[in-house]
Design a protein around this ligand. Structure first.
Ligand code: ZN
Length: 180
């Protein structure tokens, strides 16, 4: 048994802006992963809230890998630190890629790792091991709670996080130039 309760505790329906932000993460995930070291220390980026709806419904109950919102930094760090669970080899160009979304069934254990590669290939890879991935992500979210608490404390009443547009322009302007 897991120490986590997978049953959905509440229900947060993302608004249009939150949905858009999450879609922008999906679209830019390859670069966001590749440049993790450039943005991971900036709380404004690390705690961008993603509404990923990693849910599974059965008999009127909803189970989820992790409750929304999931912090972008936690999600990306978790994947990078557990390549044995999350790394995928692009079938077209053989690059190593990480998923921008995971969804699956805790009953069968099936997980779809959805990815978009730099070469343009998009798709998903089916693996087994729902719970081990859910636990890895929840462990990372637990670890990051203390850091988030400090961040929130320093930003009381403000709009804390940046959005993906700001992150991308930060990466292209302020980050380390990349060879294209
Ligand atoms: Zn590829």
């Amino acid at each position: 048994m897991s120490k986590y309760n997978y049953f959905r505790q509440g229900f947060l329906c993302p608004d249009e802006e939150q949905r858009l932000l999450t879609n922008q993460f999906y679209d830019n995930a390859f670069e966001i992963y590749a440049r993790f070291d450039d943005w991971k220390d900036d709380d404004r980026f690390y705690f961008i809230p993603l509404y990923m709806r990693m849910t599974y419904s059965v008999h009127g109950m909803v189970l989820e890998m992790a409750p929304d919102p999931v912090w972008m930094g936690s999600f990306v760090r978790c994947s990078l630190e557990h390549p044995e669970l999350f790394q995928i080899t692009c079938p077209r160009c053989k690059r190593k890629v990480f998923p921008y979304h995971c969804v699956g069934s805790p009953l069968s254990g099936r997980v779809d790792l959805e990815y978009g590669c730099k070469c343009g290939k998009k798709g998903y890879v089916v693996v087994s091991g729902w719970q081990i991935r859910a636990d890895a992500l929840r462990d990372q979210l637990e670890i990051d709670k203390a850091r988030n608490f400090e961040f929130m404390k320093d930003n009381l009443g403000g709009d804390h996080t940046a959005d993906i547009d700001e992150l991308m322009s930060f990466l292209w302007k302020g980050g380390i130039p990349q060879c294209r």
